[in-house]
Design a protein around this ligand. Structure first.
Ligand code: COA
Length: 171
């Protein structure tokens, strides 16, 4: 498997995540303007200086995507926050943790970031395990972090620092 830039043929996949209820998982927050997908691709190919997306490609198929966005906790030096969504057929096969580990390698190689964070849901056990396998550590619970599925819900915050041990590549 590998991470590769988004091409025009991937836009249909992104549009599905915008308009198919629940396809994106627990992050489903209602219908989104699917035309934004094409506008963003035309603007920067999903590779902007402050964030982007890469396709998770497995045996030539687009299994989903990883994303990153610049965040500032305080001070002057930003960190990255990453995300991921795989199509249902590709879940539970070891793709998710590997893709997130590969994205960390990519970001630590090509940007000077010291910190990569990721948030997830208390009930998203697959993502919690996936992040730990990708070298992340749990930092804590963010109370009432997001309004989702009709209620305010807590979130779990994870991070991987540049100097944290990388996952075992033989796994
Ligand atoms: C969350 C997601 C990225 C995880 O990737 P994945 O490829 O399915 O997970 P992996 O196969 O890499 O598995 C990683 C670990 O989670 C475990 N796991 C996978 N699916 C699981 C599930 N449904 N329930 C419990 N554990 C699960 C695996 O067994 C593995 O742990 P182990 O090594 O101890 O056995 C993927 O399922 C997905 O895209 N889900 C929908 C979108 C989403 O939730 N994105 C994250 C939003 S915060």
């Amino acid at each position: 498997m590998r991470l590769r830039p988004v091409v025009a043929g991937d836009l249909g996949l992104f549009e599905r995540f915008s308009v198919e209820p629940g396809l994106i998982g627990l992050d489903w927050s209602g219908f989104r303007d699917a035309q934004e997908v094409g506008r963003r691709f035309a603007k920067d190919g999903y590779l902007a200086a402050d964030g982007g997306r890469l396709i998770v490609a497995v045996d030539g198929s687009a299994a989903g995507f990883v994303s990153w966005a610049q965040r500032l906790f305080g001070g002057v030096a930003p960190h990255w926050e990453i995300g991921i969504a795989l199509l249902p057929d590709w879940r539970g096969k070891g793709v998710g943790w590997r893709a997130q580990a590969m994205l960390c390698d990519y970001l630590f190689t090509h940007t000077p970031a010291q910190r990569i964070s990721a948030g997830t849901h208390p009930e998203n056990v697959a993502e919690q395990k996936s992040l730990v396998k990708a070298g992340f550590q749990l930092e804590g619970v963010i109370r009432a972090a997001e309004f989702r599925a009709g209620a305010w819900r807590d979130g779990y915050l994870y991070s991987r620092l540049r100097d944290d041990p990388a996952p075992d590549p033989s796994l």
